[in-house]
Design a protein around this ligand. Structure first.
Ligand code: THU
Length: 157
């Protein structure tokens, strides 16, 4: 037996302001996407924006439902919208923000396991590491590749 450790490389920016123009604009799109959040049960609003290889930006927001499991996270809403509306165009980056009572949260939100699994497959389809930006009103964490967020991910290949 050999004990092994995984390390997770990521960048931490003090705020959205410190990001380069491209990343900042995707974060701004995710903030704008919060307008579409439907969260009458949790009152936790999540906005997401994905950038495609051709530069298109697609937004998503969490959509809740009285039958709780029928709701969907912002990340998958955005990814599935991108897949449905722009089939075959790879997703190159994803930004996620969250807010409560109209205020951006101080700390980054983190995608749930189901969203990470979906992100992994879109990344595989795109053939390039997906840049993932997590932040809201405070620091922004940036990951280059879903593997960083979901090591040993399931793949049917
Ligand atoms: N949610 C997201 O949209 N993304 C995440 O990464 C975590 C959770 C949503 C689901 C639900 O509408 C609300 O946040 C509270 O869990």
């Amino acid at each position: 037996m050999e004990k092994k450790f995984l390390t997770i490389p990521y960048e931490e920016y003090t705020s959205i302001e410190e990001l380069d123009k491209k990343d900042r604009s995707l974060m701004t799109a995710a903030i704008d996407a919060l307008k579409g959040s439907y969260a009458p049960y949790s009152h936790y609003n999540v906005g997401a924006a994905v950038r495609l290889a051709d530069g298109t930006v697609v937004k998503g927001a969490n959509q809740e439902n009285a039958a709780f499991p029928s709701g969907l996270c912002a990340e998958r809403t955005a990814l599935f919208a991108a897949g449905a509306q722009h089939p075959g165009v790879g997703v190159v980056s994803l930004a996620v923000v969250c807010s409560q009572n109209g205020r951006l949260m101080p700390n980054p939100g983190s995608p749930c396991g189901a969203c990470r699994q979906v992100m992994a497959q879109y990344e595989r389809e795109a053939g390039v590491p997906m840049r993932i930006l997590l932040g809201s009103g405070g620091p922004v964490l940036a990951f280059d590749g879903v593997e960083s967020l979901m090591p040993l991910v399931f793949s049917d290949l």
